[in-house]
Design a protein around this ligand. Sequence first.
Ligand SMILES: [Zn+2]
Length: 64
Amino acid sequence: MAGSEPPSKVELCVLCRRQPIDPVWRPFCSERCKLRDLARWADESYRVPAEKVPEPPDDDGDNG
Ligand SMILES: [Zn+2]
């Protein structure tokens, strides 16, 4: 049975997600995206998600 599988998994630019990643500017597609990403990090507006800490099992159900 002939299946139409994709030739290969092409990684897209992590910034624009439109252009394939260029080995020169990994993991971006071009220098433009690379600089744009750096600019975003430089800006304080770029906030990283807080690390999720698993809460300890609190065995406190019954009253008393
Ligand atoms: Zn890009």
